[in-house]
Design a protein around this ligand. Structure first.
Ligand code: ADP
Ligand code: MG
Length: 344
């Protein structure tokens, strides 16, 4: 290789770095909705309203009444690898929040036109910050209630390849509804609203009974077939509902698993579910369930996947058998031939 042919190694500019990072985390409009909703939940919001237009590609607006941000914090929130959620380096090993990577806002801001309006309780007025394709304008004062409004327009306007991979507005809306469903299911103590093209799709007031929120999404047939599961050993808790075998599905999509408040997908736990229902379902049918598992954060590594959909357990075998045993025990002590009645 002659010197002439030698390629140059160059440090990429921050904007390009963010666009590349966005490729990992922001796959489609639903990814934006997921990330922004998680931020609102982490901010302690009690009411979160989502409005989308054009399948989320034209507009995603998320308003919350959470802790808000000060004018000084706003530019930092947009910087990559900047987060308020890891106060010490050790916090990474016992993450309690949904976010911690400090990458979502930087990523979204680099592939869209985003406006943030935010105000904290302590501040008289709020501030506004605009970022277009990663170029950040200085914050300016604005009037707004305590909390945060994130407005994302023209997603992928500067990344045409990404744009071309988008499906129809209807399909993208479907993905957004799924992302919304997962987070609203995991947080029935928060009032959620979803509007699509100016029309209300969901309005979900705070509820003490998880089954109310499940019913709001999946209707009465599912709600009436819920079988309550409530089991706690010293470390691993399993709470929620499994469904009567009569309402099984042809795929595993209606298996909602939450771990410490985070929706997860886990093949091994899905397998445990299938095992628990063995003999109760026909081959090829999958149980429906809504289960919240809890365990000490030290037993989980959530930092294995950029979107954190998958987690790693320090003792996967123990989690597997815990879920299986809990359900088996329940089925053995429950008459599965008729429903257990409305959930408590
Ligand atoms: P992460 O959630 O991993 O910390 P993000 O890029 O999603 O990273 O957000 C960066 C920071 O911006 C957060 O750590 C938080 O301090 C702040 N932030 C983002 N969204 C909100 C919100 N809705 N309300 C209050 N603060 C927010
Ligand atoms: Mg976040």
């Amino acid at each position: 290789v002659t010197a002439k042919e030698l390629p140059t190694i160059r440090q990429l500019p921050p904007n390009l770095i963010n666009q590349i990072a966005a490729g990992e985390v922001i796959e489609r409009p639903a990814s934006v909705v997921k990330e922004l909703l998680e931020n609102s939940v982490d901010a302690g919001a009690r009411r979160i309203e989502v409005s989308i237009g054009g399948g989320g590609t034209e507009l995603i607006r998320i308003s919350d009444d959470g802790c808000g941000m000060t004018a000084e914090q706003l530019p930092l929130a947009l910087a990559s690898h900047a987060t308020s959620k890891l106060p010490t380096d050790e916090s990474l090993f016992h993450v309690q929040t949904l976010g911690f990577r400090g990458e979502a806002l930087a990523s979204i801001g680099s592939v869209s036109q985003m406006t943030i309006r935010s105000r904290t309780e302590a501040d008289e007025s709020g501030s506004e910050l605009v970022v277009r394709g990663g170029v950040i304008d200085p914050p300016s004062p604005c009037g707004c209630p305590v909390g945060t409004v994130m407005e994302v327009r023209n997603l992928f306007f500067n990344t045409p390849v990404r744009q071309r991979f988008l499906k129809t507005a209807q399909t993208e809306k479907g993905h957004i509804v799924e992302a919304f469903t997962r987070i609203a299911l995991a947080n029935s103590h928060i009032h959620f609203v979803l509007n699509n093209n100016g029309k209300p799709l969901y309005d979900l007031p705070v509820t003490q009974r998880w089954s109310d929120r499940i019913a709001a999404f999946f209707g009465d047939e599912i709600a009436e077939s819920l079988i309550r599961i409530d089991s706690d050993d010293s470390q691993i808790g399993v709470q929620g509902y499994v469904c009567d075998p009569a309402v099984s599905r042809g795929n595993a999509r209606m298996q909602y698993l939450f771990l410490n408040g985070r929706h997860i997908r886990d093949r091994s736990l899905q397998h445990a579910l299938g095992e628990a229902y063995r003999g109760l379902l026909m081959v090829g049918r999958h149980p429906v369930c809504f289960l919240r598992m809890s365990m000490p954060p030290e037993m989980i590594d959530v930092n294995v996947h950029p979107t954190k959909l998958e987690v790693r357990f320090t003792d996967g075998g123990r989690v597997y058998s815990r879920l299986l045993q809990t359900l088996r025990h329940h089925f053995l002590t429950t008459d599965m031939t008729h429903r257990v009645g409305p959930p408590a």
